[in-house]
Design a protein around this ligand. Structure first.
Ligand code: PRT
Ligand code: MG
Length: 217
């Protein structure tokens, strides 16, 4: 039997994907928040889920270890999208990628021609492209978590990070000074797999498309 493997990260992507899977008639056999299993079956004998770190999802799909996956645009931009087909924006796990500084920091002055700022982020590629497109000179510092701390302790003048409610920025006396782009999660498919397993994958793509259309109504 030909099988399909879908890569998902636990947390918000898993939770917001559940209703879409339900519309497609797919019900996971376990809850990854409770189970320690990394491979989870579903009610469909030809479909299973693999639970991965959010930043690893494109890698599993790129190499065909998973046939398809769901990943944030933030993660996809950093990955570069090699070997991936991105047929559908699922409009879930929405937030925005922003530049933020300490409240009161004169960002406008700091980024004037000739100025130079230090920016901490885990989105090095995206940040580099963004500031270059604006002709700004920045020194980028790679972090792996809690970017919000960096400006507070003098590691950086600004951060590039995701914001959804703004609560984390507020709690840390930071403010958003620029939006880089809106973010949502996309369905990604291994390019070779799409051709090889079209018969199995296409109905799934259609079901996801219907679920997204339904959710928008
Ligand atoms: O948590 P972990 O380190 O394992 O990995 P991860 O943070 O990459 O995964 P996860 O599950 O937290 O996020 C998966 C995807 O959800 C991201 O790649 C985004 O596309 C999307 N998403 C949507 C978010 C948020 N909203 C979000 N608010 N990802 C992270 N955040 C963080 C943000 O980085 C900041 O620290 O939440 C904080 C801000 O939230 P507010 O509500 O206080 O503004
Ligand atoms: Mg997180």
């Amino acid at each position: 039997m030909t099988c399909i493997t879908l890569a998902l990260s636990k947390g918000r992507i898993f939770e917001e994907t559940l209703p879409l899977l339900a519309v497609a008639g797919i019900v996971p056999a376990d809850d990854p928040e409770r189970s320690r299993k990394l491979i989870i079956g579903t009610n469909r004998p030809d479909m299973r889920l693999v639970i991965v770190r959010a930043t690893d999802t494109p890698t599993y799909v790129q190499y065909g270890a998973a046939d398809l996956g769901i990943a944030g645009k933030d993660v996809l931009l950093e990955h570069g999208g090699v070997g991936l087909y991105q047929p559908l924006d699922l409009d879930i796990a929405r937030c925005r990628l922003c530049v933020a500084t300490r409240k009161g920091f004169d960002y406008a002055a700091a980024v004037r021609p000739g100025g130079r700022i230090r920016v901490a982020t885990k989105y090095i590629n995206t940040a580099k492209a963004y500031f270059a497109s604006k002709g700004m000179h920045v020194d980028l510092i790679k972090l792996y978590g809690s970017m919000e701390l960096a400006p507070l302790v003098g590691l950086a003048d600004a951060i590039v990070d995701l914001v959804s409610t703004g609560g984390t920025l507020r709690a840390n006396n930071l403010e958003e000074v620029e939006e880089i782009m809106p973010i949502s999660s996309k369905l990604i498919v291994n390019q070779a797999v799409l051709k090889l397993k079209r018969g199995l994958i296409q109905p799934l793509l259609d079901a996801f498309q219907n679920a997204v259309n339904g959710a928008k109504k």
